[in-house]
Structure formats: structure tokens, C-alpha cells
Ligand binder design. Structure first.
Ligand SMILES: [Zn+2]
Length: 257
């Protein structure tokens, strides 16, 4: 009896592990595995479980194609990132780096703590229909549990030394995790110019929960063809298709520095 219970707990834990999705502190109940093609593909996410209803019924879904943006007098996003040790995992859907506590952004006086960042290739957001080779999502959470994500578009170009430590430790297999005694600093992953597009969206993975404060930086960063190919080789294509705008507007700060 005892053994049976333990076995079930183990099966349950493994199931959760395999289905772990890139946003921290959210649970998924046992349902068919989602992915980016075939039966588990994005067009089926909404019908896979009740919790995923927003994936098909939500009116504020991400990602979007950013076209017209309304210029507004928005305060800068204040980035206060500190160094972290490298905690990197392949959760079967993305390569995720869990970040040590103590780093945050401030949006309109509200502090959101950096929890993790991860990648989608090719990019999820597009700008006037233009897709990018890769996209970095820095996921932050405030005291109320609300999420703010900073998206950084990555175009093919020069090799980016800021990703060296991460790229030399990419876990190849699903559920592989590495803790490496090396210091990384998320500040170095950002473009110099931090002007942004802001809109109200969702998680781009099941359960597609809404009320995510999205901030896509206007200036892309670069990465070499080899760097993009290295993550593509592991993750293949892991970008959700563009979602309808419905009744939403994108605002943009007017900063040019
Ligand atoms: Zn993401």
C-alpha cells in the first residue's frame, strides 16, 4: 500500500516535470502533452484541458504582430538586474534560466522581480510582419503575483559574447538541468536603447493566462547564425503563432535614447 502510493506520487511528479512550462509557480494538471506541431500543436491547446480555455477563447492573447503603436508619455522601465549563478534547464518546451532573487524591474512604481528567462525560436512577436531568429523573454512577478514580461528580439548578426556562458551549457535533453558556478548578468542581454512597445497579453504557452504586462523592446540585439542554430538544434521551432488583436492597442514610449 505504502509502496503503491509512493509509486503513484513518483509517476505524478514525473508527469508534472515533463509538462513543466516556462513560467514559474503555475501548475498544470495531467493532460496530453502540448507542443508546437501535430496533435499537441497550438491550435489544439485550448481544447486539451479546461485550464487552457484562454488559449482558444481569450481576447488578449500573445504573441502579436506589432504594427501601429500609439505614442504615449510612458515612464522608462527601470532595470535593476544583479548577477546570478547559472541555473539552466531544458523543460521540453524551451531553454530556461532560473534567476537568483534580488533582480527586478520597476514599471510605473511597481516592482516586479525577475524569476527566469527563456527563448523562442524563431521569434514569437513580429514587427510589421518581420520575424526574428530568436526571442528572449524575461519573466517578472510582483507581490500580487502579476506578471510583466520583457521581450527582446534577437536578429542574426554578430556573435554575442553575453550569451557565451549560457550557450556553452545548453542542456540537450528534456528535463536536463545544470547548476553552473559561473556568474551571468541579465543586464548584458539587453539592448543599449530600452524603449519599448507595451500591451496587455498572455502567457504564450498553456494555460495562456491573461493579464500579462508585455513590454517588447524596440531595438533588437544580435546573435550569430551559429548561436541561433545551436538553440534551434535543441528546441526546434517553439514559437506560438501570432494572435488576433481584438480590442487592444499597443502603446510605445517616445524615448529615442
Ligand atoms: Zn516565452
Amino acid at each position: 500500500m505504502k509502496l503503491g502510493k509512493r509509486f503513484l506520487t513518483l509517476v505524478f511528479a514525473v508527469g508534472i516535470g515533463l509538462c513543466a512550462y516556462p513560467y514559474a509557480n503555475a501548475s498544470e494538471s495531467g493532460h496530453a502533452h502540448w507542443g508546437y506541431e501535430g496533435e499537441g500543436g497550438p491550435e489544439h491547446w485550448g481544447s486539451m484541458s479546461k485550464e487552457n480555455a484562454a488559449c482558444s477563447e481569450g481576447k488578449q492573447q500573445s504573441p502579436i504582430n506589432i504594427t501601429a503603436a500609439e505614442s504615449a508619455d510612458l515612464a522608462d522601465i527601470e532595470f535593476k538586474y544583479k548577477a546570478s549563478e547559472l541555473h539552466i534547464l531544458n523543460n521540453g518546451h524551451t531553454i530556461q534560466v532560473n534567476y537568483d532573487s534580488g533582480s527586478s524591474i520597476t514599471i510605473n512604481g511597481v516592482q516586479y522581480n525577475l524569476i527566469q528567462f527563456h527563448f523562442h525560436t524563431p521569434s514569437e512577436h513580429t514587427i510589421n510582419g518581420k520575424s526574428f531568429g530568436n526571442e528572449l523573454h524575461l519573466v517578472h512577478k510582483n507581490d500580487k503575483g502579476e506578471l510583466a514580461v520583457v521581450g527582446v528580439l534577437i536578429e542574426e548578426g554578430k556573435e554575442n559574447p553575453a550569451f557565451k556562458a549560457i550557450w556553452s551549457n545548453l542542456p540537450n535533453k528534456a528535463n536536463e538541468k545544470k547548476d553552473v558556478k559561473v556568474s551571468i548578468d541579465a543586464t548584458q542581454l539587453l539592448p543599449v536603447t530600452k524603449s519599448f512597445y507595451r500591451y496587455s497579453g498572455s502567457l504564450t504557452t498553456p494555460p495562456c493566462s491573461e493579464s500579462v504586462n508585455w513590454n517588447v523592446l524596440k531595438t533588437p540585439i544580435q546573435m550569430s547564425k551559429q548561436q541561433i542554430a545551436a538553440i534551434q538544434k535543441i528546441m526546434h521551432k517553439n514559437n506560438r503563432p501570432i494572435q488576433p488583436m481584438h480590442d487592444r492597442k499597443v502603446t510605445a514610449d517616445s524615448i529615442t535614447h
